[in-house]
Structure formats: structure tokens, C-alpha cells
Design a protein. Sequence first.
Length: 761
Amino acid sequence: MQNYLAGLNEQQLAAVQHINGPIMIVAGAGSGKTKVLTTRIAHLMNNGVDAFNILALTFTNKAAAEMKERVEKALGNTEARNLYIGTFHSVFAKILRSDAHKLGYPNNFTIYDTDDAKSIIKGIVKDMNLDDKHYKPSFIYNRISAAKNGLINPATYRLDTYIQQEDAKSNRPLLADIYEMYVKKCFRNGAMDFDDLLFNMHILLTQHPDALAKYQGRFKYILIDEYQDTNTAQYAIIKMLGARNENICVVGDDAQSIYSFRGATVQNILQFQDDYDDVVVIKLEQNYRSTQTILDVANTVIGNNKNQIPKQLWTSNAEGEKILLARTMTDNDEGRFVADSIKEQQMRNHYANKDFVVLYRTNAQSRSFEESLRRMNIPYKLVGGTSFYQRKEVKDFLAYLRVIVNPQDEENLKRIINYPARGIGKTSIDRIIVRANQLDVSFWETISNPDIDGVRSSQTDAFVNMIKSFGTMLQKQNAYDVAFAVGKHTGLVADLYNDKSVEGIARYENVQELLNSIKEFTETPDEEGELQEKTLGTYLQQITLLTDADQDKDENADAVKLMTVHAAKGLEFPCVFVVGMEENLFPSAMSMYDRADLEEERRLFYVAITRAKARLWITFANSRYRFGSLVQNDPSRFIKEIPANHIDNTFTGTGNRGPAQNTPTGNLFNQSLDKLPSLKKLADKLAAPKPQAHTPSADFVSDDASAMDVGMQIEHQKFGFGIITSLEGNPANRIASIDFGAVHGVKKIMLNFAKLRIVGK
């Protein structure tokens, strides 16, 4: 037996040694898929197949380079350099360079990237005199991209009743016209965008039989990696290229099909056995990554999907620790729990920071974990995303808030003066700067002082009046009320809401998460239940101290990784936290009413579970701020699918208070939020006379908060006796104003947090 076959298990060896005819290799998570694929290519070449006759398609350049390197190493020669290995787009671009003239393109055609494509679309929208806030280039680009990946040309797009109804419903009836003009403009420019590389490859093979025959004869053996991630166009091209010889090998895992939002369809792998006669199906079920406990959980969860290829992952690794399930009171508590658990594991088991990953459903969830890790001085790195407070939409919103607190802040003022667009362009801004320099005054004074002329306009006057109106709210309203008004009256939130692209939805969610954090800031009491000063200035000071923390930019730095589950596919870590496991979050609220969508969410959870090698935590929060309201959450339905005998619920709380107080980590959930009071407030507190501490009555037992009402006499453990003068808020989060007399005055206290005894009515 050749040396390169050494170390393969029985199923891997069978997959490698099959040469002729269609074969589907169902490769479970951590089962050595890449090793099998590269060894199979080496085996084909070692058995006389010419490297020039082998086509291997991947989804990343990194995977393609790794495959070539492994094949070359296995064979001990340079023949692997003649292989056609690459991404779908790179291989098809290479083919189209030879045959583009058949489609009317120059062979040296330009390839437009996403920014180039959006720029052309923006120009078309402008030429058609359409509102670019409504016909957003990013939305239109995604719409056109989806059409091309579905092999829908402009003429078919225009005739498709369902598509036209969708466009009419979104009040964008001219999308078909834009699509047609975009295609014509690209063609006239001798250019193709990324999606055209697939779309035009399909046209080349369907409309030019000589080209089809040429490449069918050239590529006698075809291998496709991650087949479950292919879209309609990729499927159709592969089907045509492999039709003559049918020596087609697909490798993938239907249980890891999680990219439908990019056009991928799990049906491609599920129906492969129907596409060819005498298909050989080999399942790679031995996992080399995880403990058996983790695999048992993964197997049970994914077993609830109806639409799947059955398989049962197993391992010769140790049985391993049980899954740790933790329920916390809020999402901020969840962040602190994760940070504390990382510290604890490092002390107990000597893990490095890079051994941990935190996986969440949406990027907007990163905030609470970033803040908690920073407070604990734990280095971290966001993978596939930008730090929450560095995201453009978050910085735009914060710029408004900073200008309201300090209108002299020129940098933030310039950032927002024309966002959303209000007719104050770059030329106008440059004139204002020049005028301010001439008069040696600030940017704000230049546009707000009625005695300064030459640069002001109706647009700048309207902007100034808006900022001033927000400024008047500072003394009367808390941070959230001001921020909510900013989001509403500037048009910023509406601008983001109207963008229904995947990126647009993410940006909107990030701004909502920012508002949620401000809302939570205003409503979170200290350990005594008292609401502290909740001004906008205090909030901005607190997050500035967080965002100023330096982060190590080194890719190989010893840092905890934070990422979405989508970004984690293909990766593995010793310790994994899967967080935010709540209904309407994971699974997403948008997937609840369609079986296919719900099953993809379950596959996404499966991917999250199978990233873990040794230890797995699953966490969820009882309550989470959404759209400015504190929402009570139900645990994700996926949690209920985990076998009870594999769960360690030591950390699972009772009632609404989080983890049980007799556990080692119970005290984490009684700690107050880190408070960063202003220096002036701190000085005032230190200078103020300290009232004598109240000693609670001997029979003090706190009463049910729901029984308390206006006019009742109560006792507080710290402030003593008082009278409830008013109540506000909803039943689940009532805030009481309590008059404690001359010593402590009137305090605002959240009843659910404070311990109060009813003395009388």
C-alpha cells in the first residue's frame, strides 16, 4: 500500500480508492474531510490520471492552496502544480479569459468588485432620478446578485410574477429596469462582476456546444469541496461539466448547510443520489475533534431535522465533561458569566486565552461580551466583524450624542452634519471650515451664530435647531429618552431600517443594540436598588472608557475569539461558549414559521456545538433589551432537544434571579454593574455628610414587590422607613418613588431589585 494512504480509517480509505463513477462523501464534522479529498486527488494521479484532467473546486483560496500543497507533498513531485484547483470564481474566470469572445466580451475583460458594482448601480439610480435612500445600491446589488446566482436574467426577472410582486410590495417597482441597465452597462464596459463569472460560465456551456465539449473532455475527474454550500448556478455548471464522464466526487455535510442567505441550497447535496445512477455513498462518521459527550449532543439535536442524510458521529476520544448550561438574569450578566468562567478555567485547567471562543447568532450581541472581557482585562479579538463601538452605524449614532453633549466637538459634528443626507455637501462643509479658520472660531459657532454670514443656509439652520432642541432635553430627560429622540427625529434609524439587505439588517440591529444598552444603563440600579444619575454625559463617559481600551491587532495573539456561528464554520476550539440561546434569537424570529428555515437554524446550532473539542457552555438570559423594552425570554427550543443526562445544570438558576446562590459562581449574579461616576459626582459624594446607617428590624423579611402600592409605609435595609409616593413602569419592572424623610430624601427604587418590608398601609 502506498505511503500516502497510511493513517486512513476504513471509510476514508474506501472514499480515496474509488476512482470511476459518481461518489458522494458525506463528511461529518471533524472527520478528516480535507485529508480525504487531497489524498483522493493524489491517488487518482498515482493511478495514471493526468493532472490536467482533474478539476477541484473549493470556496476559498486558502483551501485551494492547502490542497495543492498536500497533494504535492503526498506524491513527492511537482505534477500537482498542473491541477485545476481553485475557487469556483477563480477557475471560471480563467476559463472565461479564453472564451469570453464567444459571449461578446474582450478576453481581457475587467472584473468588478462589490464596490465597483455598487458604484455603477448608484449612477444608474441617479440617472433615473430615483431616491437613493429608497433604491439603495447595496440592496439593489444583493437583489441582482441573488437573481444571477439563481440563473435569472433581466428578461426572466421582468416576467416572473412572484419577483414582480415582491418588488411592488417593497415599493421598488423599477428594479427590473435597473437590473437591465446594469447588465448593459457592464457589457458595454467590457466588465463582469463576481456573479457574472458564474452566470456567464453557464451561458458559455449552454449556448456554445463546442465549449461544453471542450471542457467536458478536459475535466474527466471533478471534485467539489463543501458541496452543501453550492447555489443554483454552481450546481448547474457542475452537472454539465460532469455529464459526459460522470466521474464526479462531491464532499460535504448536509448538517452544516448554513448559507441559504447567500443562495446556497441544501437540496443540492440531498438530491445528489437522484442525479446519477449507481452513486457510491460513503459516510465519514468518525470524529477526531470532540469528546463523545459533545458528539452525542450534536447527534441528538440534528436528529430532529426531517430533511437530512442520517449519520451518527462517534469518536475514540474520551467521553468528556457534560455540557454546562447557564441561565443568567440579563444579557449583561451573561457577558460577566462568560468572562468569569474563562478566568476560572484558566486558573483551574491552565487554558490560554486563544483556547476560548464565544459564538453568537448576530454580531450585535458582541457588546456585552466585549465590555465584560475588557473589564476583566482579558484580551479578545473579533473575527469576521468590527468591534461593536467601532462599527460605522454605532459611531454615527454616538457622534450625534456627543455633539448634543458638546456641540464644539468638530470631528463628530462634521461626521453627522450631512448624515442622513440633508443637502449639506462637502463643498459647503469646506466653506464652513475655511470661514471658521478666518474668524478663529469653532465650526459650531460658525453655523449657529446668526451674526456670521456667508456659509449658513436653510439646511444648516435646520440642523442647528435640531441639535439645540436635543440639547434642551439633557436637563430634563435621561440618556435613553434623548437617544430615542435622536434616532427618531434625525431619520438615522429609519434610514437603516429601510435597507433590507443582509448587511443593512445587521446595521439596524447594531443601532437597536446600542439603544438597548442605553436603556439598560438608565434602568439598572445599584446593589441597593437605587437608580443612579443616568444622564447622557455619564453614559458617554462610561463607554468612552471602554472603547479607549487598546486591543492587540496581531492575528496570532493569545486572545479570546468572538464571532458569529456562521464565521466559525471550519474552526475548532478546546472551549466553546454558545450564547444567547433564546427563542426569537436562536432560532431567529424570522425562521419560526417555515420548516426549511427552522431546520437551517438547527444546523447552525449543530455547527456551533461541533466546534468544541473538550468543553462546551450553553448560555441564555432571562431578559434582554430589545427595541428599548426589557423582554422576558424563553429558552431556545434547541436547549430542550439536548439529552438531560448530558447537561450539567449546576449553573442553572431558579426563578428570575439567575444561578442558584449555593454554587461557586452564584455570587457573580449579585454583583452590581461596574459604575463609572463622574469625578464631580464622586467628589460630591465624598464631601457630603454621611447619614447614620439604618439597622434593619429584627423581624425584617422582604415582602412581595407586586403587593406594594402608593401610600404604603415600608422599611428599606439601608435607608430605613419611608412612604411610597408614586409608582411608574410596567408590572414586571415597577419603579417606586419613596420618601425617606430628611436624612435620605426621595429615592427612586426598582421594586424587583430592592428588599422592602411592608410596615403599614
